[in-house]
Design a protein around this ligand. Sequence first.
Ligand SMILES: NC(=O)c1ccc[n+]([C@@H]2O[C@H](COP(=O)([O-])OP(=O)(O)OC[C@H]3O[C@@H](n4cnc5c(N)ncnc54)[C@H](O)[C@@H]3O)[C@@H](O)[C@H]2O)c1
Ligand SMILES: O=P(O)(O)OC[C@@H](O)[C@@H](O)[C@H](O)[C@H](O)CO
Length: 494
Amino acid sequence: MTSRLSFATLDQARPAARRPALDPRAMSTGSVHLGVGAFHRAHQAVFTEDAMAAAGESGWGIHAVTQRSARVAEQLDPQDGLYGVLTCGLDGAGEPERSLRIVGAVRAVSFPGEQTGEVLARLAAPTTHLVTLTVTEKGYRRSGDRLDLRDEGVQADLAALREERRTGTAVETAAGSPIGMLARGLARRAHGAATPMSVVCCDNIVHNGPMVGRLVSEFLLAAGADGAAAWVADHVTFPATMVDRIVPATTAAERAAAEAISGLQDEGLVVAEPYRQWVIEDSFAGPRPAWERAGATLTSDVAPFEEAKLRILNGTHSYLAYRGALLGHATIAEAVTDAGLGAEVSAFIDHDVIPTLTPPPGVDLGQYRDSVLERFANPALGHTTQQVAMDGSQKLPVRLLGTAADRLTAGAIPERTARAVAAWMVFVARAADGSSPLVLDDPQAEVLGAAVAGAASGAALADRLLDLEQIFPPALAGDERFRSAVREQVTDLA
Ligand SMILES: NC(=O)c1ccc[n+]([C@@H]2O[C@H](COP(=O)([O-])OP(=O)(O)OC[C@H]3O[C@@H](n4cnc5c(N)ncnc54)[C@H](O)[C@@H]3O)[C@@H](O)[C@H]2O)c1
Ligand SMILES: O=P(O)(O)OC[C@@H](O)[C@@H](O)[C@H](O)[C@H](O)CO
């Protein structure tokens, strides 16, 4: 039987598997990560480990938190936090090429369903200088731009913070929220060590850092923790970031491929493309890893990078996911190499997206478009259209609707963006009526299903979805030029 990856077996890994960049046993913990999914393990954890190695530091080990289920803790605990990143690229001849590195930067994983006290203590500890987050768009529990105070998880955290302030003891919350957990930890810090902290959001959301700062403040004020809110305003920074690396969900075949390379079983394996990028607003309240030594860009203005990435890469990803799935393509690589669809998304980027963007310093947006489409075409990655299609109600506003609004303001009709939005609408309708293998995996699935039920025509389907204010801002949905473009495109695709 194959041994499982752990400190005890690390020396048995075959030479083809790269070892951690520094000895994980010698690391101490300097940061907390909320939402330890695949992306964190393939992105921030890798940058952090490489930064420690480059700077000769060992104090940036990560205490990760998995809030929805204990699964990642169950994967990583028996492995002493070690896991592999299987990089799937192409060699010079265009053939799939895989390499494996073992990462050791994640030093602990907690599940607040059972370990809330441990997480709050870590967030309050003076040795913790940073919090990073990847909890998906829906994880922020927003209603419009504000924290949804009616959300059950947020309510559980508000009640817990009130109790914690009264008794000084951590309350176990099995189904809390990431913002609630973070704010409770910051409140404890404010009344304890009071050491400054930096909170780095790594989710694909416009102005992600400031958004988290606003939600934390709203939470603390709603809990009546005005003193903690004032302390956070003065001592905690929320730098904005642009994060980029394509990290699909890991499959059993990829686990087997990694095992063939290392000779060790790895339940925590993640899979990624070779490319990785991280642009971070240089606004830290205290020390941080030397991420620039691992290839990250520290800058005073992330906005142009963020907008170009969200609108070109993520907007096109969603377009390919919905249109590709409707055309029967299982993966993004298949969708983008469909000649018709490839030309369609290229035209979308050129005609609708690029005119809305300010090029980031040193970036040619035409070259950026080409590099993104080339990355999508990587056949070694197997990113499914169904995975990228998930949570459309949360993703559309970030990825497509800003482009549409900006084009309308400029007096142009964003027909190609309307087609991408229409593809989502037809996807929703087909997935909701159960007549196809498409799956509607969305926190608004019930609302969407009710909206599309019995829509008698393409125009009616478009109207019903455009009227959902939680997705389409009234100014956009009320713009007749946009509405008729979407109706036309839905009719064409339905
Ligand atoms: N995977 C990528 O290619 C990629 C690239 C760039 C950015 N990102 C960002 O990272 C996020 C996570 O991606 P991933 O690949 O790690 O996904 P994943 O499914 O592997 O992990 C998602 C994480 O978010 C948490 N989460 C999900 N829904 C939640 C909810 N309602 N409340 C609280 N926590 C919740 C999960 O517990 C898990 O830790 C993305 O949504 C995106 O914003 C991902
Ligand atoms: O991770 P999600 O579900 O928010 O979005 C799916 C993809 O569009 C996204 O993860 C990209 O792969 C990523 O943003 C590339 O950096």
